[in-house]
Design a binder for this molecule. Structure first.
Ligand code: PDD
Length: 284
């Protein structure tokens, strides 16, 4: 089956979808994106992603070409047309095409594209039973990581550094403290306490993070939102990441040394279960 994608109002076979070479997303990474997961053919936390999208656009004074209702309808139509049971929907909005100039164009027409990625087994990912190995790398990204822009070269390089070191991913470190993973938020667990970086411009405000912290507090776990060091990672009982594509995923090794017992922990497993149960119930 040929994938059907969405470009500026049209549903097209993927090989017929085109964007201008003058698009500022292409020339300046002047664009923002969202990734929303699909389970049982339904969207997980669509409202959260739509809200963050609007915030990213507002921070960059970029126009939103669609209303939230239209965006939901497009997501659902792509799920239907591509028969997605489990997978991801990628959405990108850029400032649009204009002659190359660092100054923002006047009255630009934004570009909007969406496509699906079918991922059977997304929820039953076997890695949840074995855990991820991460390395630590310096965080060399720009200073507005709270805006979900398409400037993903350094995270992509980080992932390659991890692969070269025989690991799965990298946690980025700034001033001795972990900011986040290359494409996920980072957490450690000590006893009944979950520690994760506080919100600010240093990290992306994860939609999965917000839900997981809410569920953790409801389950009487203690949540500390503050920077944590690599020493604290080495001394932790458990570690994990969250993202729209990984949900809650254990991390069992950092820089070649086991974290806790070196196996996925109980708190992580419980949070993953609660998250998947609750979000499936609330999916739209
Ligand atoms: N990445 N931090 C960074 C740097 C991210 O790129 C992401 C998401 C997250 C987690 O955010 P959320 O829970 O809203 O997915 C944190 C997406 C999944 C991606 O780039 O594919």
């Amino acid at each position: 089956m040929t994938r059907t994608v969405y470009v500026n109002g049209d549903y097209l076979p993927e090989d017929q979808a085109k964007v201008s070479i003058f698009d500022r997303g292409f020339l300046f990474a002047d664009g923002v994106y969202e990734v929303t997961s699909v389970l049982d053919g339904k969207l997980i936390d669509f409202a959260g992603h739509a809200k963050r999208l609007q915030r990213s656009l507002d921070e960059l004074q970029m126009a939103n070409p669609v209303t939230e209702e239209e965006l939901l309808a497009i997501h659902r139509e792509l799920v239907r047309l591509n028969d997605i049971d489990e997978g991801l929907i990628y959405l990108q909005i850029t400032r649009g095409a204009a002659d190359r100039d660092f100054v923002f164009p006047k009255d630009p027409v934004p570009t909007i594209v969406l496509f699906t990625q079918s991922k059977p087994g997304l929820a039953e990912n076997p890695t949840a039973k074995t855990g991820l190995k991460v390395i630590s790398i310096e965080d060399l990204r720009w200073g507005r990581r709270d805006i979900k822009t398409v400037q993903l070269l350094y995270p992509s390089m980080g992932k390659m550094m991890a692969k070269a070191a025989g690991a799965d991913d990298a946690w980025m470190v700034e001033d001795g403290h972990v900011t986040e993973g290359t494409s996920n938020n980072a957490y450690i667990v000590k006893g009944n306490t979950i520690v994760t970086r506080n919100l600010g411009t240093e990290i992306l405000h994860g939609i999965t993070r917000a839900a997981v912290l809410r569920f953790a507090r409801e389950a009487q776990m203690v949540v500390e939102e503050r920077p944590f060091s690599l020493d604290e990672v080495q001394a932790a009982d458990e570690a994990f990441i969250t993202s729209a594509s990984a949900f809650v995923m254990p991390v069992v090794e950092m820089d070649g040394a086991p974290i806790g017992s070196g196996a996925p922990g109980k708190v992580t497993a419980r949070l993953r279960e609660i998250y998947l149960d609750e979000m499936r119930k609330a999916a739209v």
